[in-house]
Design a protein around this ligand. Structure first.
Ligand code: ATP
Ligand code: MG
Ligand code: FE
Length: 336
């Protein structure tokens, strides 16, 4: 089964060709980061316009790299939510056009189901059920993947997503957008124990997260330094903030795995490419006899290969969308 997948939910225009669900024949990503970093974040209008400019070229490249043509495809997968409505619409319209022109099934995919499915690419032995920690720019979910496309959300963030917290703290210490990778890098030069930022627990919800407290504590620390004329040691702030976030993520994920007697734990989303998180989670899993899975960094941040994998399992289950498929900016995980 050959699937062409399209992803355009945020600021990456991406297309990929996936063979039999888990083999990536091509994975083309055109990032708009350089455009948006001028504004310190993603500007929706600019994102949509750039997707329109790039999408045909990205698809052509993906087909060429995979050495296939549109006539070889069995289905077309596309992210239809959640994300920026104008950005999503570009991918959805394109996918509908190809599906109509080539008379092949259209399979709409949930973006986060895509992130989770990235784990299948390099782990041929991984099958549900397993626990997955989703940490991306807009989501922080602790999810039981009960079967392909079937999820039970055990916990979620009450305020900022993990990636959002990285981006906001990075901006506060002057690192620019996107902040996650920059904090990851700068932290290597800092002392993670220089500061003790608060690790918020949500009462009566052991698997929920809250990152607004640590974010405020970082901002307070910076303001205090400025008022007292003390220089801010950016690397120490970055490393201490990162330690705080990583500790909470690892603690909650391991606790859930133990409570639910799940011995397989995966991570997904842009923050899953964080070096400190990967190392800490690996160690904690080893200590607790849990099998640890993670995608390569290129499959953690937004890409179309992960959408193709998710589309394949949806395709097998018989998921088909019609010409009325629309972008759903706030699509919930597990909804169809
Ligand atoms: P969502 O998937 O929730 O819709 P998104 O698609 O914008 O949001 P992703 O592309 O999955 O998010 O991830 C981007 C986020 O990951 C950004 O917040 C970015 O700062 C963060 N990120 C990327 N690399 C790293 C890293 N090495 N360490 C920490 N955070 C990172
Ligand atoms: Mg992005
Ligand atoms: Fe994403």
């Amino acid at each position: 089964v050959l699937i062409l997948a399209i992803e355009s939910s945020c600021d990456e225009t991406a297309a990929a060709v996936i063979k039999n669900g888990r083999t990536v024949l091509s994975n083309v990503i055109s990032s708009q980061i350089d455009l948006h970093k001028l504004y310190g974040g993603v500007v929706p209008e600019i994102a949509s316009r750039k997707h329109i400019e790039k999408i045909n070229q990205v698809i052509e490249e993906a087909l060429k790299e995979a050495e296939v043509t549109l006539d070889d495809l069995d289905a077309i997968g596309v992210t239809y939510g959640p994300g920026l409505v104008g950005a999503l619409l570009v991918g959805v319209a394109e996918a509908k056009a190809i599906s109509f022109a080539k008379d092949i099934p259209l399979v709409g995919v949930h973006h986060i189901e895509g992130h989770i499915s990235a784990n299948y690419i390099e782990n041929p032995d991984l099958e549900p059920p397993f626990l997955c920690l989703v940490v991306s720019g807009g989501h922080t979910h602790l999810v039981v993947v009960k079967d392909y496309g079937e999820f039970e959300i055990l916990g979620r963030t009450r305020d900022d997503a993990a990636g959002e917290a990285f981006d906001k703290v990075a901006r506060a210490i002057g690192l620019g957008y996107p902040g996650g990778p920059k904090i990851d890098r700068l932290s290597k030069e800092g002392n993670p124990y220089a500061m003790n930022f608060p690790k918020a627990k949500v009462e009566d919800a052991p698997y929920d997260f809250s990152f607004s407290g640590v974010k405020s504590a970082v901002l307070n620390h910076i303001n205090k330094c400025k008022m007292q004329g003390i220089p801010v040691v950016e690397a120490d702030v970055a490393a201490s903030f990162q330690r705080c976030v990583v500790e909470v993520l690892v603690e909650h994920a391991i606790a859930a795995a133990k409570d639910y007697h799940i011995d397989k734990l995966a991570i997904a989303g842009g923050v899953a490419s964080n070096q400190t998180l990967r190392t800490a989670m690996k160690q904690a899993c080893e200590k607790n006899q849990i099998q640890f899975y993670h995608p390569s960094p290129i499959f953690c941040t937004d890409n179309a290969a992960m959408i193709g994998v998710a589309a394949y399992y949806e395709y097998l289950k018989g998921t088909r969308h019609g010409w009325d498929l629309n972008a759903v900016p706030n699509l919930k995980l597990g909804e169809r």
